[in-house]
Design a protein around this ligand. Structure first.
Ligand SMILES: *Cc1c(COP(=O)(O)O)cnc(C)c1O
Ligand SMILES: [Zn+2]
Length: 414
């Protein structure tokens, strides 16, 4: 890993050796990975990437860890699909959907976990853990099972049944905490200080976060090493949004893009948990924590760790942040499914509905090339689309007459 130098405090710049640590001893700021950009420029090329595997490990020269011995779990390199029907419904021009439902546990969290796990193995860690809003639990449990590690995943007790069942199935210790995600996260920080475990999004967070950059890398490679004009990204802790922006910038720094990217970054939140959207709308310098109340549970973080970085990214790139209602979320899920044949979870509903809102407000424009990040699969949040429109179109007797009566438009001469 010649291209990885140190961990560096994102606030005061103090440097630390590579280790499972995440806060600065001097200012308590979050740590990030510092790379040797010159070394990266010298080794990575569009050709070296194209020769790599169809997974996040094709970007190994841009990641803080070598691929693990068994990199056969196909994480990442998901389809980027042109979404013309969606675009025309929204009055937009060129829209693409990055379909990250197509990961081993059906969310983008497989990316961040793959990087955190590889680093955990390098550190000799035997137990993988996390504080999760749902998808991270799935990804940690599955990846730990495959690597033969023990796992402990901590979740808010009111999580969707599907997300609990699809975590327990991998043999994880599932700890349902009577509280919201912010309570779970605080408890995990305390446990992390006592155990020699690797918490994917706590003491392994500097490495975990780097995994999100692969979404920007893939988007650009799949666009023929160009960049979008505008991206719309769901926001929970704000890490994904911050790292997608950083990922595009990194591609330029290491010489993979011809021009400095000017990607506008917009965020998507549910109105029932919209601390970052609220600060943006109020033009405020302070993000006030909230108590989440939304069907978009995967985004229900009331006190977002990377909220300020996300806010800066949106402001600096002249994007916007929408806060959409639960009804708009459900309509967003349906709109994406009906126009593009992609079934996203509630977070995807938030993202689609936010794109719709931002398009109506003129923040996202018809002359822009737009990429929408669909980060999790709809089968995990089926309850959100129960009710009208989710059952059969008609229930009929097993006769041709009954069919004709129920669907007269299908009959000749009518
Ligand atoms: C975790 C998650 C996000 C965003 O997470 P950040 O904490 O902002 O990095 C987005 N979509 C889904 C489906 C998620 O599970
Ligand atoms: Zn510091």
């Amino acid at each position: 890993m010649a291209h990885v130098q140190t961990l560096v405090c994102r606030e005061c710049g103090h440097q630390y050796p590579i280790a499972p640590i995440y806060t600065c001893e001097f200012c308590f700021g979050p740590l990030g990975v510092a790379y040797d950009t010159e070394a990266q420029r010298a080794t990575v090329s569009r050709e070296s990437i194209a020769a790599g595997p169809p997974s996040i490990w094709r970007y190994r020269d841009l990641l803080p860890v070598d691929p693990p011995g068994d990199a056969s779990a196909r994480v990442g390199y998901t389809p980027l699909v042109r979404a013309d029907r969606l675009a025309s419904e929204l009055g937009l021009g060129e829209v693409w959907v990055k379909d990250d439902t197509r990961n081993p546990t059906n969310s983008f969290k497989d990316r961040v976990v793959a990087v955190a796990l590889a680093k955990a193995l390098e550190f000799g860690i035997k137990t993988l853990a996390c504080a999760s809003t749902g998808n991270l639990a799935n990804a940690v449990a599955a990846a730990a099972a495959r690597a033969g590690l023990t796992s402990y995943v901590f979740i808010p007790a009111d999580l969707e049944f599907a997300k609990i069942a699809t975590t327990a199935i991998y043999g994880a210790n599932v700890v349902a905490v009577d509280g919201n995600y912010d309570d779970v996260n605080r408890l995990c920080a305390e446990i992390a200080a006592e155990q020699s475990w690797g918490f994917a999004n706590i003491n392994l967070r500097p490495f975990y976060a780097e995994g999100s950059k692969t979404l920007a890398y893939e988007t650009s490679e799949q666009l023929g090493w160009e960049t979008p004009d505008h991206v719309v990204v769901p926001v929970a802790s704000g890490s994904l949004l911050t790292k997608i922006r950083a990922g595009f910038d990194d591609l330029f720094s290491v010489g993979l893009l011809n021009e400095k990217p000017g990607v506008r970054i917009s965020g998507a939140q549910a109105q029932g948990c919209s601390p970052v959207a609220t600060a943006f709308a109020d033009n405020a310098q302070v993000i006030n924590p909230v108590k989440p109340a939304t069907i978009a549970k995967s985004l229900a973080i009331g006190n977002p760790a990377d909220g300020y970085h996300a806010l800066d990214a949106v402001r600096e790139t002249r994007g916007g942040i929408a806060a959409v209602t639960d009804d708009e979320i459900v309509e967003g899920i349906r709109l994406l499914a009906r126009t593009e044949g992609i079934f996203g979870e509630t977070a995807a509903g938030v993202t689609v509905a936010s794109l719709k809102r931002l398009a109506e407000e003129g923040v996202v424009r018809p002359d822009e090339r737009v990429v929408l990040y669909v980060t999790g699969h709809g089968l995990k949040t089926l309850d959100a689309v129960a009710g009208p429109g989710s059952g059969p179109t008609a229930v009929i007797a097993p006769t041709r007459q009954a069919f004709a009566d129920a669907f007269p438009e299908t009959q000749p001469g009518r």
